[in-house]
Design a protein around this ligand. Sequence first.
Ligand SMILES: NC(=O)C1=CN([C@@H]2O[C@H](COP(=O)(O)OP(=O)(O)OC[C@H]3O[C@@H](n4cnc5c(N)ncnc54)[C@H](OP(=O)(O)O)[C@@H]3O)[C@@H](O)[C@H]2O)C=CC1
Ligand SMILES: CC(=O)N[C@@H](CCC(=O)OP(=O)(O)O)C(=O)O
Length: 320
Amino acid sequence: MTPRIFIDGEAGTTGLQIRARLEGRTDLDLLSIDLARRKDPEARRELLNSAEVAILCLHDDVAREAVAMIENPATRVLDASSAHRTAEGWAYGFPELTRQSRDEIRAARLVSNPGCYATGAIALLRPLTNAGLLPPDFPLSVQGFSGYSGGGRALVDAHEGRGEHPMAGPFKSYALSLTHKHQPEMARHGGLTQPPLFTPHVGGWRQGMLVQIPLHLGPLGVTAARLHEALADHYAGERFVRVRPFEGGQPADPILDPQILNGTNELELFVYASPGGEHALLVSRLDNLGKGASGAAVQNLDVMLGLEGAGHSYGVPEGV
Ligand SMILES: NC(=O)C1=CN([C@@H]2O[C@H](COP(=O)(O)OP(=O)(O)OC[C@H]3O[C@@H](n4cnc5c(N)ncnc54)[C@H](OP(=O)(O)O)[C@@H]3O)[C@@H](O)[C@H]2O)C=CC1
Ligand SMILES: CC(=O)N[C@@H](CCC(=O)OP(=O)(O)O)C(=O)O
């Protein structure tokens, strides 16, 4: 039977992008809620309990409530919120992260979709901590640069002339309390014993992001070439994660535009080195709504259902 899928929060930023990516899929039966009843607990309860997979595109508190509404043991959950990313009993939905990740996601009833900045950071960190090139307690800084859709409906509306928001504008630094909800996730799934110092920034473009990790190589006792080799080895053969060539002093990609991967489910990783080899910069580029949210969610849905081999792109189809 065709698996029934319900997107709770289908009218929000992440939900709409998931719907766009599922457009034209005949191997899934997409259940939809009457728009007028989309916040009605009874209407949602019914759909949540009749789906094979419920995808939650809700803010954390509403996502927790949705999980509590599910009584049907056959309903599996894919949560796009940050409510369960370090919770016990939840698989982490990053299929390329470790050799076991795909099997864990396929077997799980509860899967948490990664955060956007966290995806960029963890994709760089985990292969290096696993390979023993980055000690788990190494003091790290992570910098993020996101398009405004990362702020959800309220920030999108402010940017598109439908309200005001303190983070709207051409460029803002934020989370200057030096605490951000992605830090525990970066630590846990990046293989670190302490959260990195994380400084996010948001700008006046709609979507697309860069995540940067600067490294002093002296204390690490490793070369940038070795870090690149470990990343390239780990992601060899992966369709959605690409490690760009490393060319030492003459970078293959001398300028990075955060928007290049928009509409795709792709993630690109870069390693840069200073001419004397003292410093390295690790960078990831992704669409915060693609591999950072909705593309990843649809990929995870297919991994959960054993459909990944069908070769879908998990991008937004042309013209949608
Ligand atoms: N934006 C991004 O880049 C990413 C977001 N996420 C995560 O996805 C989740 C959703 O974020 P995002 O899509 O940006 O948020 P939005 O605010 O755009 O969407 C949330 C949706 O949930 C709806 N909603 C609110 N309350 C209820 C309720 N009680 N019952 C049912 N629906 C409700 C909202 O309706 P209404 O607008 O009418 O209130 C809205 O349509 C968040 O947890 C976020 O952390 C994950 C990765 C990336
Ligand atoms: C620009 C902006 O506000 N970004 C969001 C992160 C968005 C995201 O994708 O993360 P989640 O999946 O955890 O919501 C923030 O910093 O909280």
